[in-house]
Write a protein of this length. Structure first.
Lengths: 286, 286
């Protein structure tokens, strides 16, 4: 998955990467904290030289502390001089991965197509939240990546109720509000299933154009109440209708959540999609 | 997987457990170090009271620092007074798991059948060593559980050469020698395969009556040389024949190794199997 970058002129570059979120205080650079972006910026400066503008880095899915990413996308803007520093060893992804700690892996580093913006060109984000319930075989190797829930959950009921949230809705009830930011999102798919047999873990898969802050984890918290027999589909409908942050359920812990995929349109639509998204969501989370 | 233990009399108990070896200095209790046994003894004393003899604990597979266990077996000998402390909440496995850190999980705690010895009654141990080679999709979540090897390995050649090691042999070439300990072991099965498609990881599965110290990791080190085109089957045969620790290959890192299974005979043979094994291997590793 390593793409050579035989270039001498600057421009926008696209990177595909993954990280184990356990030991990071989230994606975004924060003073004094170990974050994915800080680690990445540190090692990028080994290759491209010091930067004052963080290479104009922008991320598709700004994950919280503890959240993992199997396939995160970012872009950076490099000057001619920075690109020239790549030199003859053009496997930038491999070089960065070698410099980075084991909990970050860079898959590709390649010139971005015209009009590409990692955040604003994206048309959808897909996340999976993993739960080991009373019925799941629990294993220490799983504890970092799945929520442990003591009682068995009714997966069929969770999946049925979840469909009440589908479509373009105001997810205010499931979002940490930010001033001036819309909480209207298009939930394109939501699926709850038990994977790998009767003792397998539960996966909640969520795909939306974008997610507001805490949205995945709030929805999963409400769905767990359904699976545990304490909510029915009507509760979700009522929550959605109220569009106000409620306290009847928990926002679940971050470590069960993994960003799985970012989707982009065909190259000819990258720029127009970016304009559209920037217009409606520039103040929001992703 | 929780077995109630409604008992008031002492005796031998058998436990099935798992751990993520990453943050442990191995199984065995060692002063000042975080080991699986130390953590377990600490929490067992919460339930059973202080002990001076470590509850006579004995383990089936004494794993090294960094080695994981998906299914480890141990036994403990408890007095009447200790057993009485279990009280009415008989889910000892669940109580211990709740007390223990997330990287240890106790599946069962049950009275052992007559003649059972976790270590000496065992007839075989099965381990899997995982390798992410140049062809594998590498992921940060995998880095704790698989060895990273930069070049692609020829799995078919590894599997073919590995069969040269099968059977009852002196594995002196693949063992860290200990005075007075035999290095004769019966390697019952060895299989090298790539799992989960062309970009999957490589698994080396090894089953033997018992393994001497470093045996799995030494064999895997030699097999990697085969897969990398630097050894052929004949090199393994020659090593085996020499029965002397050689330096032509690496003992691979521990984090790729997981203890998968311990096998015991039918209950009527537990005691005789224990006598047999104790006779030949009391000074050895497992």
């Amino acid at each position: 998955m390593k793409t050579p970058v035989n270039l001498t002129v600057g421009g926008r570059f696209r990177m595909l990467l993954a990280y184990d979120g356990t030991d990071f205080a989230g994606w975004a650079k924060q003073p004094g904290l170990r974050t994915v972006q800080s680690e990445l910026l540190k090692e990028m400066q080994v290759i491209f030289g010091k930067t004052k503008d963080d290479f104009g880095m922008r991320v598709a899915g700004r994950t919280d502390a503890g959240v993992h990413a199997d396939a995160q996308v970012i872009h950076v803007d490099l000057s001619d001089a920075q690109v020239k520093r790549i030199g003859r060893s053009t496997d930038v992804a491999g070089r960065l991965t070698a410099l980075l700690p084991d909990d970050i892996h860079i898959y590709t580093f390649e010139r971005a197509p015209e009009g590409f913006d990692a955040r604003f060109s994206a048309t959808s984000r897909r996340y999976i939240y993993r739960i080991a319930d009373g019925q799941s075989h629990k294993a220490p190797k799983l504890a970092r990546y799945a929520l442990y829930f003591a009682r068995p959950l009714d997966v069929a009921k969770m999946d049925e109720a979840a469909q009440a949230l589908l479509g373009l809705n105001d997810f205010g009830a499931f979002c940490k509000q930010r001033d001036g930011a819309t909480t209207i999102r298009d939930l394109k798919k939501i699926k709850v299933s038990r994977t790998g047999g009767a003792n397998g873990i539960i996966e909640v898969e969520l795909t939306a154009d974008a997610f507001c802050h805490n949205m995945c984890r709030s929805i999963v918290g409400a769905l767990i109440k359904v699976g545990d027999g304490k909510f029915v589909r009507g509760n979700l409908t009522a929550l959605l209708k109220s569009a106000k942050r409620a306290h009847g359920y928990k926002t679940v812990e971050p470590h069960g959540l993994t960003l799985m995929e970012i989707t982009y349109p065909v190259n000819s639509k990258l720029a127009s999609q970016a304009l559209l998204a920037k217009d409606t969501r520039s103040l929001d989370d992703n």
